[in-house]
Design a protein around this ligand. Structure first.
Ligand code: KG4
Ligand code: ZN
Length: 344
């Protein structure tokens, strides 16, 4: 059993913002004692994407079991828990509400503080779990299904967004292109896999620049270019290679993410860079950042793939830093679907 003393801060963390029902016990922000994830992916696959109403219902069904498993695997009881941290936004409102209500009930029943956590702050904090040496400030690229942000992490929980997407998030583009070429949901991991058999130089898809902010992203033009390419193949009666389209699309996304991110790291004068969010689990993106950061003498950090996609351990880490800063949420804590990163 993991040893802990009175001074240790043990956080029970809950995450239900989308299609993963997750709970975790984290010690002092960096040591994961348990990380239980019930994924609903199989349930949503036949609809081609997440159905919010189904997600909320499944969270309700699973949440108690997932929390019980997290406590059991960590070999703790509620008496050992210092505070309960929960994702309060952004995300699907009905899904978020399940976690927030559960966390309030536990906080009240066990008489322990409640800490609302921003989902993106969680994704960024996933980097602290496996990198004991990582401390702010650094630049972080957050690329998930809902967000593509370039963030300067000034201090724990202190963020400045310097770039964002003007239209689709990177993960959303992966999901839409995967659907268009018949790979289905969830698109990201499927494109990642099939791209290994394709030629990333086969089709010259565009690398979009955004005129008035060099750190902003735009992926809708790339998505349209892929759709146009598929259409023109169909009109000409030509077959296209799924693997070449996937690999060329993936390379176009990665090129832009890498160029903007590493330009920002240098321009802002930092020497540390991290990635976060579901898209950060992409194998080619990880290899490319590894190589390009090494070439520029930038220290590169990434969570392992399981901690890139939605989980509660990352919320436990972010929640710890909020807790030690003195942040406490009241029982009026609400689920906020479009919560801003600096508004918790
Ligand atoms: O962070 P996340 O789990 O949930 C959100 O907060 O959105 O990210 C999910 C997104 C989805 O769009 C999914 O297709 C994408 O991350 N994703 C990937 C990979 N694994 C997940 N994208 C590219 N390559 C992957 N291996
Ligand atoms: Zn997420």
């Amino acid at each position: 059993m993991e040893q802990y003393g009175e001074k240790d801060v043990i956080i029970l963390a809950i995450e239900t913002s989308c299609d993963e029902t997750a709970a975790s016990v984290v010690k002092n922000g960096r040591k994961v004692l348990s990380n239980v994830i019930y994924t609903q992916i199989a349930l949503h696959t036949r609809f081609g994407g997440v159905v919010p109403e189904i997600a909320s219902r499944k969270h309700i069904e699973k949440i108690n079991q997932v929390i019980r498993e997290a406590l059991d695997q960590a070999e703790v009881t509620l008496q050992d828990i210092t505070a309960v941290a929960v994702t309060c936004g952004p995300g699907l409102v009905g899904a978020l509400l399940v976690g927030v209500s559960e966390a309030k009930a536990i906080s009240f029943a066990a008489g322990i503080p409640l800490v609302g956590v921003h989902h993106i702050s969680g994704h960024i904090s996933a980097n602290y779990i496996e990198h004991e040496d990582l401390e702010p400030p650094f630049v972080c690229l957050v690329a998930s299904g809902g967000h593509s942000h370039l963030v300067v992490v000034r201090d724990y929980g202190q963020y400045e967004i310097i770039g964002r997407t003007r239209d689709d998030a990177a993960g959303e583009a992966f999901d839409k292109v995967a659907r268009a070429i018949g790979l289905g949901y969830p698109g990201g991991p499927k494109i990642d896999r099939i791209s290994k058999e394709g030629n990333p130089e086969a089709i010259p898809f565009p690398r979009a620049k955004v005129a008035d902010n060099e750190y902003d992203f735009s992926f809708s033009g790339l998505k349209s270019a892929v759709l146009n390419y598929l259409n023109s193949c169909q009109m000409k009666g030509e077959r296209y290679s799924q693997a070449d389209v996937a690999a060329s699309f993936q390379k176009a996304v990665i090129d832009v993410l890498v160029e903007h991110s590493l330009h920002a790291v240098k321009a802002y004068g930092y020497d540390k860079f991290a990635i976060a969010g579901g898209v950060a689990s992409n194998s080619s993106l990880r290899e490319t950042f590894q190589r390009e950061c090494a070439a520029r003498e930038i220290a590169f950090y990434s969570p392992s793939p399981l901690l890139c996609t939605d989980n509660a351990a990352m919320i436990g880490s972010a929640g710890y830093y909020e807790y030690v800063r003195g942040v406490r949420s009241g029982y009026d804590l609400n689920a906020v679907p479009n919560l801003k990163l600096d508004a918790v």
